[in-house]
Design a protein. Structure first.
Ligand SMILES: Nc1ncnc2c1ncn2[C@@H]1O[C@H](COP(=O)(O)OP(=O)(O)OP(=O)(O)O)[C@@H](O)[C@H]1O
Ligand SMILES: [Mg+2]
Ligand SMILES: [Zn+2]
Length: 577
């Protein structure tokens, strides 16, 4: 495919969609599409350059942090090409389904092909794909590797390939997936189509590997800073007892938003959920031994804010798009600094302050040694050790955590400290106190926190009055819609969009359209209903169910917890394949 043909068809689409004058030098049309489909006024740093580069048929290798806005970088060029389809390779079925559902809500035709489809559904999707019905088609890497795939792919009018989570292609990365290696075939099969690779966490070596494996040609290399200014990293070594107490204290301090707790083993996941329940904190589990449906259900509950604390193994999280995660807490040393960066990075995607707490124990080393010992291939075992030593170095370092991470990824920052992490600002008082209380008294912390300590934990914690009530009311509206439609709440609307909506309280469709996140389709779909809901709120209506508190009275909670446990047991027992 020549550069000209991409541009010609992009121009055609632009015209058909009433987006005028699309062309490489016309930023206006790109911005129009941004506004029309996404409802956003402006690009985030780097996005526009990447979009333009893909539109001009150049390969790309993009490293942008979690929540940085990578999806838009390939979705927007895809939308601008009316007749053709961007092929997106993505590692997880759930991730593809969510993205397709979101695109549909934005009025962008998209589909996926993976093992969740029946034979009939797959054929129908393939047929539609060959007719050019989709702007984006999501595929798993395994699908690309299948023998028949090149044949039908050749019949699809492909515009370009986007490889999401591209670090999975590298053995040096923290999440190597052998299936990704098959993507090396793409260049042979489609020598003239641009390939754009995206990842949130790639060291210099992994980036090199991505470029080599995918055989990218003079790619645009975009590497955002790895610093996440709204995140506060705190690392602390503890003994087993102190670890649970600091965990409890950390979670209790969060009065608004969600929490992810990463536990090293499935057993620890169960124990931690039990521990929370005993302390009156509703929490749910997520791990690889649960049935797919039970896992999905728990994820949905957490996404919909029905339960705010999720305890998972690392199986949880890839592609988690919850924006209001206020803390990610690790209960063991991660396998690599990259993995830690990616997991911890699920905090604060909305740009508001969030904590990344790493509470580790000396004995974690034993568990790592055990897992690494299980790796049969010598070289891979060596790499695993190397990654582990880097993690050890990270937790024992006295250097600013943000700086350490940036340097780890090959960045050379001009600043020397973030001023927030434990190395820069010391371990926060509450944590120090928590650990000592445990040592002194060996018992749980007082359950009641002062308002002041809560306020410093989270600037939004004391949000009360009409705004908080409106948020509650609109969240309830969103929950109802998500149930009616059978889609996740965040697909209806992100938290950030919901917050903006409550802050502006639009009173007409055109005012609503100006709220970031309300594109044309979303405004059409929900506009009237939202305005009616806002009107009811003005007339005094309030949410029926308040946001589930992190703490409940033990008596009413333990009853529900018992029931919930029974249901969960029943669900996982009946779902094991
Ligand atoms: N230009 C923009 N203006 C406002 N919000 C944006 C913009 N671009 C992206 N976003 C929002 O940022 C959030 C994160 O985007 P996205 O899911 O693409 O992140 P990502 O980089 O793929 O992260 P991850 O590595 O976790 O997959 C989404 O809510 C998205 O709608
Ligand atoms: Mg992404
Ligand atoms: Zn720092």
């Amino acid at each position: 495919m020549s550069k000209g043909s991409f541009m010609a068809s992009a121009t055609l689409l632009a015209k058909e969609n009433g987006i005028s004058g699309f062309g490489p030098d016309d930023s206006e049309s790109i911005v129009q599409a941004l506004k029309r489909y996404w409802g956003y006024e402006s690009f985030r740093p780097g996005q526009e350059q990447i979009v333009r580069s893909i539109v001009s048929s150049r390969d790309a290798c993009v490293v942008m942090p979690t929540g940085g806005g990578k999806s838009l970088c390939y979705q927007l060029p895809a939308v601008l090409d009316a007749k053709r389809t961007a092929m997106v390779v993505s590692p997880l079925i759930a991730l593809m389904q969510d993205q397709v559902a979101q695109l549909e809500q934005m009025g962008i035709p998209a589909g996926f092909i993976n093992s969740s489809l029946s034979g009939g559904e797959r054929n129908e999707t393939l047929q539609r794909a060959c007719q050019g019905a989709y702007r984006l088609l999501y595929l798993s890497p395994e699908r690309i590797a299948l023998n028949g795939t090149p044949d039908w792919l050749k019949r699809v009018p492909v515009s370009f390939f986007a490889i999401d989570e591209a670090h999975c292609i590298s053995e040096w990365g923290h999440d190597f997936r052998p299936e990704y290696r098959q993507l090396s075939r793409l260049r042979d099969l489609f020598p003239n189509h641009p390939i754009a690779a995206f990842t949130a966490s790639a060291t210099r070596r992994v980036r090199q590997d991505i470029v080599e494996q995918l055989r990218l040609r003079d790619p645009l290399k975009h590497i955002s800073s790895f610093r996440r200014a709204n995140l506060r990293y705190v690392v602390r070594q503890c003994n087993a007892k102190a670890q649970m107490q600091v965990l409890l204290q950390a979670v209790r301090r969060i009065t608004d938003g969600s929490v992810i707790v990463y536990a090293p083993t499935i057993t620890r996941v169960g124990e931690t959920v039990d521990f929370f329940e005993e302390n009156g904190i509703p929490a749910i589990a997520y791990h690889g031994q649960m049935g797919a449906l039970a896992r999905r259900k728990n994820q949905e509950k957490w996404m919909a804010d029905e339960v705010r604390v999720m305890v998972g193994t690392i199986a949880f999280g890839l592609g988690i798009h919850k924006s209001s995660v206020r803390a990610v807490i690790h209960l063991a040393l991660p396998k690599s600094v990259e993995q830690y960066y990616q997991e911890a990075g699920r905090a604060g995607r909305d740009g508001l302050p969030a904590d990344c707490l790493l509470f580790w124990q000396k004995k974690d080393a034993g568990l790592h040694a055990y897992f690494i010992g299980q790796i049969s291939e010598h070289e891979e075992r060596e790499r695993a050790w190397q990654r582990y030593h880097e993690v050890e170095d990270f937790v024992n370092s006295e250097e600013c955590r943000q700086l350490y991470i940036c340097r780890h990824f090959g960045e050379l920052p001009k600043w020397e400290e973030c001023g927030e992490c434990d190395a820069c600002a010391g371990v926060p008082d509450w944590l120090e106190e928590a650990a000592h209380t445990q040592k002194r008294e060996g018992r749980a912390f007082p359950a009641v926190l002062t308002e002041e300590s809560q306020a410093t934990a989270n600037p939004r914690a004391l949000a009360n009055g009409p705004d908080a009530e409106l948020r509650e009311y609109m969240r309830e509206w969103r929950r109802n819609i998500s149930r009616q439609k059978g889609i996740s709440a965040f697909i209806v609307m992100y938290d950030t969009t919901l917050d903006q909506l409550c802050a502006t309280r639009p009173s007409s469709v055109s005012e609503l359209r100006r709220v970031p996140g309300f594109g044309e389709k979303k405004t059409q779909m929900y506009g009237e209903q939202i305005l009616a809901a806002l009107e009811r709120f003005r007339n005094g209506e309030r949410a029926l169910l308040a946001m589930p508190a992190l703490r409940r009275k033990r008596s009413d909670f333990s009853k529900r917890a018992r029931l919930w446990k029974k249901l969960q047991k029943f669900a996982s027992a009946s779902l094991v394949p």
